[in-house]
Design a protein around this ligand. Structure first.
Ligand code: NAD
Ligand code: UDP
Length: 314
């Protein structure tokens, strides 16, 4: 078994590479190191079953460059609002041109291809919890749209390549995931709050903190990706992967402050444009089609993540 993981030096990609290697899968990891970091995959350097190629997916890859593949996991894309808004055209290109390049590669090689989509395709949802059949409520003219619309068109590309060429495509919609190896500086909620708490800096809650997120620990999420890749050929998704336990952002800040024993004050800042007010996955499709549901409660996942950040930030 041989897999290509794009976004391999990122948070989720590096954990996926680890899991695949534990499962005995040979892995080619690709990353342009835009938001990814070599340190995330440094431990795989001496592993003969892992190869890394620095490459941007907006440039086509030939079958000769990658060798035979059974499956492609497309995780390459800046993922935090701060990162994907830094160069919105690059975010769009990564999602359209990049995904299309990988679909062409999958077609040439005859590999299954799995696309890491996102709960952001639902935008600021008007139904709760979000089911896969919901079409979403996305502002196509706002600061988040480079990501939301990019991910939406990437789903459409997957669908159309499946229809036209009979390609085995799979789409997962990932809800907020946290854990070790998140970039401490990319502004995502769990990593930011932990880093701020550990450093004794103010914990920055945007808005009044009443908006909700459902936070999934990384090991659970990766297990969902692997199950989806191995699912029945006729199952293309989309399938929600996330932990349905919902917390307000203010509750999250208070829990992290208490767990870290931090004296940091909680401060309130402006809510970013189009910040979704609530988000919670309905995971009944993942349960029935993949036999998947998250196993790690927030208290356990947060403990592991706090331990990690205590080691890497001062
Ligand atoms: P991340 O930023 O840590 O990882 C993304 C990786 O992709 C980085 O290593 C980056 O350098 C690489 N990359 C970006 N553009 C590229 C390009 N054009 N060519 C090659 N490499 C490129 O983010 P993450 O949290 O690990 O997210 C991984 C994937 O999962 C993303 O596609 C993201 O949209 C999706 N996702 C993540 C979450 C989450 O909560 N972590 C939620 C929903 C969706
Ligand atoms: N958030 C916050 N303070 C921070 C970072 C994020 O209050 O320092 C809020 C943000 O406004 C959003 C939620 O936490 O409501 C999740 O933000 P994140 O960037 O992690 O993910 P996304 O908005 O993509 O769900």
């Amino acid at each position: 078994m041989r897999a290509l993981v794009t976004g391999a030096a990122g948070f989720l990609g590096s954990h996926l590479c680890d899991r695949l290697r534990r499962d005995g899968v040979e892995v080619l990891g690709i990353d342009n190191l835009d938001t990814g970091r070599r340190v995330n995959i440094a431990h795989l350097a001496g592993d003969a079953g892992f190869r890394f190629l620095e490459h941007d997916i907006t440039q086509a890859l030939s079958p000769a460059e990658v060798g035979p593949l059974d499956v492609i996991f497309n995780l390459a894309c800046p993922a935090s609002p701060f990162a994907y808004q830094r160069d919105p055209l690059f975010t769009l290109d990564t999602n359209y041109i990049g995904t299309r390049n990988l679909l062409e590669l999958a077609r040439d090689i005859g590999a299954v291809i799995l696309q890491a989509s996102t709960s952001e395709v639902y935008g600021d949802p008007t139904i709760h919890p979000q089911v896969e059949s919901y079409w979403g409520n996305v502002n196509c003219f706002g600061t988040r749209s480079c990501y939301d619309e990019g991910k939406r068109v990437a789903e459409t590309l997957m669908l159309e390549y499946g229809r036209r060429y009979g390609l085995r495509v799979k789409v997962v919609r990932i809800f907020n995931t946290y854990g070790p190896r998140m970039d401490p500086e990319d502004g995502r909620v769990v990593s930011s709050f932990i880093v701020q708490a550990v450093r004794g800096e103010p914990i920055t809650v945007f808005g009044d903190g009443s908006q909700t997120r459902s936070l999934c620990y990384v090991d659970d999420l990766i297990d969902g990706l692997v199950r989806m890749a191995a699912s029945e050929p006729d199952f293309i998704g989309p399938v929600n992967l996330g932990n349905p336990t919902e917390l307000t952002v203010l509750e999250t800040a208070r829990i992290i402050k208490e767990m870290t024993g931090s004296s940091s004050p909680i401060v309130f800042k402006d809510l970013p444009q189009d910040d979704p007010m609530k988000r919670k996955p309905d995971i009944s499709v993942a349960e029935s089609r993949l036999g998947w549901r998250p196993q790690i409660p927030f208290a356990d996942g947060a403990t592991r993540t706090i331990e990690h950040f205590r080691d890497v930030v001062e």
